[in-house]
Structures are given as structure tokens and as C-alpha cells.
Design a protein around this ligand. Structure first.
Ligand code: GLY
Ligand code: MN
Ligand code: MN
Length: 448
């Protein structure tokens, strides 16, 4: 496969970022928003994890450094976009790498004004003056929060004297996350890139997997491909789960031997330079041949997944997509004798949940479990063009959960089979686009 090199930051077109900021500020009305970057996170002792920018901050700035804060000040006609950043400092950059500094924040990232982050304390209250409210997410940014609260307190103290309105503190999330939920053409391009690299990795994994290998040898092939293709790396802890390990939904130990006769479930996707993510699951027989039970359950999950993908389109709901998958699964489980009773009653009681215990999908974007509401009050969110969701039904047959009363005990021959099939699906004007169709999933393609 071709090696590609992705450009280093700044990676997002400035016009795109400006448009996002304009739309965000329009929604803020008279409130000012304080959006902090992610901090560096300790791995252990004095070692830090690789830096991962905060998705909200990234969406609005495209600035990939820790310890910065962006202010959005729609109440100011001049200089509404202000950044506080780590200033240039050769002695720090020689240890930890390049910084854009204040000049770079203005020239490369479109800030109207930029200051060293150390000055946030002294300048924040001034910038917030005249705003009708402060949009800041409390509870998430322990270093910035006291400064915002102090600035807020200062405004409240002055309000009686200055005659200004007392400020309210509001959450920026609903406004911003509504924007992030609907992907622009540029974002969809990045998601196609993440999907392509992730799908290729799954195809490679199926080629190398065989009895006797360790799960992590397959993980290595997948993650090597991510890096070779210029992605930042895995979007989340890759799940490479042979046999019964696949029945642990968040299995990430990836340290068991692959056994002849078992299935291998791989849930892995990459995060590209622009931070958009792929999230794909495929399941196939390690020795290249399904057993009868494995094939029966695989065909059932595939039928549920294909029906659920087909249900994605404008006007549908994620709830409806889930319902479609559950309907197919329950009917199939009844035919196989793994459930007994009447379809609708079983669905209503959730009597299938010892075999299928998670939802069928989630929003996908800058976060793997992306932001955006699933319901508006009583009503499930209606799918619209630009929204991207995963479709990932599965079946997990093990003794971990009790069989509900009245349901058949599970015969040994089914146990240790865990199957999930997951695609990333974008809603389009006319229906949907399966971004991860390049990762094969037909039963015949899973065999060799
Ligand atoms: N890989 C996480 C998920 O599928 O939701
Ligand atoms: Mn997944
Ligand atoms: Mn997923």
C-alpha cells in the first residue's frame, strides 16, 4: 500500500475554521466563551501520555498545543477571537518541541490578539467585561476554572456599581456540539480518510491471523498500518479478542494465543492527523473456516447489521436503527432456539440482553463516541445529512450474564462465540454512505 505523508499542523483550512468560529459566535449571542485546550496528562511518574488536543478547542482553532485558552467574544465588535498560548521559549522548545507562540497564533491561526498563557489571570476579567454571560464548561478544566470563576465573581461584585447586568454562567456544549454533530464536506473528507486507513488495516489483519499467533501480533500489524499511513495512531485501545475474549466488550489486554477453531473479533480504527476517527469491527474464523454454530450466528449478526445500515437515512432515528437490529437479532435467536417466546414481548422485556447488551451505535467524529444529543426531550434525534454514526450490532454468548427466567439455558456448543460487525455510516441527502465498506464482511470473504 502507498505511503502517504500528511501535512503537519496547521492542517485545517483557515477559512473553514473562521466559518466554524463565526457560526459558534453567532449562536453565543451576547455571551463570551472560554474554551481551554487539553493539558498534558501524566502516564506515570514524570512521563506524559502523547498529547491529544481537546476536540472542542481543536474544532474552533486547529491549534495543536497544550495549555492554551481561546476566548470567543461576540460582544466585541473588534478582536472577538483571542488566544492565550505558551510563548516561544528556546529553552523549553529544545526539550519539548516547537511552539507557535503569540505571533504564530495570530499569523497562522487567525487569532485577532494573542497573549502568553501566564497573562490569562490578569486579562480574563477585562475581556469578559460587557458580555451578557460566560460560556464555560465547569468541572472539566481544573486549572482554568478558578480563573473563570474569579473573573465572574469580579463582574458580579462590580455589577451593582457599574449598572451592568449580572452575568450568568452557561455551558457552551449544547451550542458547540450541535455544530459538531453535523459534519461539513471537509470533515467528511477526513472521516473518509480515517475510514479508508482503518478498513485497510482490517483487511491486513485478516490476512495475517492464524492459529498460534498472539492477539498482540495482530494488533501490531493493524497499528503499524495506521502509523505508516500517516495517522496519529489508534483512535481508542484496539480490541483484538480471540474466542471467548470477544464476549468482554472492552477487552484490550490483547495477550492471548489465537486458537484453532475460535473466532477473532477486532475492533480497531485510526485517528488521522485532523483527529477524525475510524471505528470498525470485524469478526472472522482464525483458521479460515466457520463452524456451523459460528456461521449461524455470524450470518445473523450480518443480517441485523445490513438491515440496520439500510435503515440509516434522513428522517430516520438512531433509535429506529437500533430497533431494526434488535428485531432481526431476536427473530434469528428464536429460530436458533437461543430464545423462546414471542418476538415483540421479548423485545419489550429486553429478554435478549444476556446475548446483546449494548446499543447499536453512537455518533462518530472528532471523538469516537462523539458529542451531540441522541434525544431532544421526549423525541429521538432525527438523522440529517452530515451526521455520522456507527452501526455495530453483535452477539456475545457466554456464562457471564444470567439467562433471564423463562429463557432456554445455553448449550455448550454456542459458548465462547462473540461477534460484532461495525461500520461507520454518514447520512446523505438521499440515504447514507457507508464510509467503511472497503472492510469486507460477507461470510464468504471471512473464510479462506
Ligand atoms: N470501539 C468503541 C466502540 O465501538 O464503541
Ligand atoms: Mn468499535
Ligand atoms: Mn463504535
Amino acid at each position: 500500500m502507498d505511503r502517504i505523508l500528511l501535512p503537519q499542523s496547521p492542517v485545517i483550512d483557515q477559512a473553514v475554521l473562521r466559518d466554524r468560529r463565526d457560526r459558534f459566535m453567532h449562536r453565543l449571542g451576547g455571551a463570551a466563551a472560554v474554551i481551554p485546550a487539553a493539558p498534558l496528562v501524566t502516564h506515570h511518574a514524570d512521563v506524559e501520555h502523547a498529547f491529544r488536543q481537546n476536540s472542542d478547542f481543536w474544532y474552533l482553532t486547529g491549534f495543536d498545543e497544550p495549555g492554551a485558552v481561546a476566548l470567543f467574544l461576540p460582544h466585541k465588535t473588534e478582536n472577538p477571537f483571542v488566544m492565550f498560548v505558551a510563548p516561544k521559549e528556546p529553552s523549553a522548545e529544545v526539550w519539548n518541541g516547537f511552539r507557535w507562540g503569540c505571533e504564530g497564533a495570530v499569523e497562522q491561526f487567525g487569532a485577532d490578539l494573542a497573549h502568553p498563557i501566564e497573562e490569562l489571570d490578569q486579562k480574563l476579567a477585562g475581556y469578559l467585561e460587557g458580555a451578557e454571560g460566560i460560556a464555560f464548561r465547569v468541572g472539566r478544566h481544573p486549572k482554568v476554572e478558578p480563573l473563570v470563576l474569579a473573573a465572574w465573581a469580579q463582574q458580579l461584585d462590580r455589577a451593582p456599581r457599574s449598572g451592568g447586568a449580572a452575568l450568568g454562567l452557561v455551558a457552551p456544549c449544547p451550542l458547540l456540539h450541535e455544530l459538531r454533530l453535523r459534519k461539513s464536506p471537509e470533515e467528511l473528507e477526513q472521516m473518509r480518510l480515517a475510514a479508508r486507513i482503518s478498513a485497510e488495516a482490517h483487511e491486513l489483519a485478516r490476512q495475517v491471523a492464524r492459529p498460534g499467533l498472539n492477539e498482540r501480533q495482530v494488533q501490531a500489524v493493524i497499528e503499524q498500518h495506521f502509523l505508516e499511513q500517516g495517522a496519529r495512531g489508534p483512535a481508542y485501545g484496539s480490541i483484538v479478542a480471540g474466542g471467548d475474549n470477544a464476549c468482554v466488550l472492552h477487552y484490550t489486554s490483547n495477550n492471548s494465543e489465537l486458537k484453532d477453531g475460535d473466532l477473532l473479533l477486532i475492533d480497531a480504527g485510526c485517528s488521522v492527523n485532523d483527529y477524525y476517527n475510524g471505528d470498525i469491527t470485524r469478526t472472522f474464523p482464525i483458521n479460515g473456516r466457520f463452524s456451523g454454530e459460528q456461521r449461524a450466528l455470524y450470518e445473523l449478526v450480518l443480517a441485523a447489521q445490513e438491515a440496520a445500515v439500510a435503515a440509516v437515512g434522513p428522517g430516520a432515528t438512531a433509535e429506529g436503527v437500533h430497533g431494526t437490529a434488535v428485531g432481526v437479532l431476536v427473530e434469528g435467536l428464536l429460530e436458533l432456539g437461543l430464545l423462546k417466546g414471542e418476538r415483540d414481548g421479548l423485545i419489550e422485556q429486553g429478554a435478549y440482553r444476556h446475548l446483546y447488551m449494548h446499543r447499536t451505535g453512537h455518533w462518530l467524529g472528532l471523538d469516537v463516541h462523539d458529542v451531540g444529543a441522541y434525544r431532544l426531550g421526549e423525541h429521538p434525534m432525527t438523522l440529517e445529512p452530515g451526521m455520522v454514526l456507527t452501526v455495530e450490532p453483535g452477539l456475545y454468548v457466554s456464562d457471564r450474564l444470567p439467562v433471564p427466567e423463562g429463557q432456554p439455558a445455553i448449550e455448550e456448543r454456542w459458548k465462547g462465540i462473540g461477534i460484532r460487525i461495525e461500520d461507520d455510516v454518514a447520512v446523505t441527502e438521499r440515504g447514507h454512505e457507508n464510509l467503511t465498506a472497503a472492510a469486507l464482511k460477507a461470510a464468504v470473504a471471512m473464510e479462506r
